[in-house]
Design a protein around this ligand. Structure first.
Ligand code: 2P0
Length: 323
């Protein structure tokens, strides 16, 4: 009988954003999304089955908050109620990057947990199904199960599919963590605010579907310029939907805008890189691999930048140890 499982997953950054949920309880996105998994943003999760006591969770060595605890127990209950696993668990998760700073930690967190839990299951669960399960924990986690460049379509119970494996993607990203704002409104709450109070929410959903198709087409051709243009425009449209919400949802800090302007100037100067921004003030650059070094050099020199992390594409979530 397996007692302890360790799994690893990479966080992903979306080029076409998931922002909004379909009504219901299964955490189904209202927009289709496409993302790239990043090798440098890694979660390692150890799951240990216990004979008595209650579930417990540690994130980077500390007990998690009540809100996160409830969300995780709910997720374990989904597995237990469907008779996929039984018993209670101690879960210890470590991120090698800042948690909750708009750097997609829930994507790698729930993906690593999902893959680890599958090792305790009596049923053999395929990747497709694992992606569906992970989505219930966190929408973006569905994509980290698959890794590489992956797409999460809309539908009744969607799973992510692989478009290109990490090794096949000739691009990378630079994650720029900026000074200033910490994220006050989580993605879940932010999406609900937009759905209810943004006059642009419907337009955003329509646009996201169009961007998804454009992105799939550009990716088939590995057309870097087109991919970058669509990604940048899609991120700005998502934020426009947030800005227009009443009350307004503004995740940006002054440094965010400074980076946007710098990236536009760099392109004029011949460094072809494009930005994207999640539900936070940090900015992520998409670059050709040969330009990563120059992009990180320039990003690190900007004012109000706390850190800049260079990353190549990452692979799928995997079990790395069983005992
Ligand atoms: C994304 N984000 O596609 C978008 C871009 C944030 C902005 O996926 O409620 O933490 O757990 O399903 O996955 C953040 O949403 O949301 C997200 P839940 P999640 O990467």
């Amino acid at each position: 009988m397996i007692e302890k499982v360790t799994a690893r997953a990479f966080a992903n950054i979306a080029l076409v954003k998931y922002w909004g949920k379909q009504p219901g309880f299964n955490n189904v996105p209202a927009t289709p999304s496409i993302s790239l998994a990043l090798k440098s943003l890694k979660t390692i999760t150890e799951v240990e089955r216990i004979r008595s006591g209650k579930d417990s969770f540690f994130l980077n060595g500390s007990i998690v908050s009540k809100v996160i605890y409830r969300r995780l127990v709910e997720y374990l209950d989904f597995w237990r109620n469907n008779k996929l696993i039984d018993g209670k668990f101690i879960i210890r998760s470590h991120n090698n990057f800042p948690t909750g700073a708009g750097l997609a930690s829930s994507s790698s967190g729930f993906a690593a947990l999902t893959v680890a839990l599958s090792a305790f299951s009596r049923r053999k669960i395929g990747k497709h199904q694992l992606s569906r399960f992970a989505r219930r924990g966190s929408g973006s986690a569905a994509r980290s199960i698959v890794g590489g460049l992956s797409a999460l379509p809309i539908g009744a119970d969607p799973a992510a599919r692989l478009l290109l494996s990490g090794d096949e993607v000739p691009w990378g990203m630079v994650v720029i963590e900026v000074e200033g704002r910490t994220k006050k409104i989580g993605s879940r709450e932010g999406m609900e605010l937009c759905r209810r109070y943004s006059p642009y929410y419907r337009q955003w959903i329509t646009l996201a579907n169009k961007d998804y198709r454009k992105m799939l087409s550009a990716l088939r051709r590995l057309d870097f310029s087109r991919v970058g243009e669509v990604a940048e425009a899609n991120a700005l449209a998502m934020h426009a939907c947030m800005f227009a919400s009443r009350p307004a949802l503004v995740y940006w800090s002054p440094a965010t805008i400074e980076i946007i302007n710098s990236v536009w100037q760099w392109r004029v100067d011949g460094l072809e890189t494009y930005f994207t921004i999640d539900a936070g003030s940090n900015v992520v650059l998409l670059c050709k691999q040969e330009d990563l070094k120059e992009a990180i050099r320039r990003a690190s020199r900007l004012k109000n930048v706390r850190s800049a992390i260079k990353s190549l594409p990452g692979g799928p979530a995997e079990i790395i140890e069983l005992s």
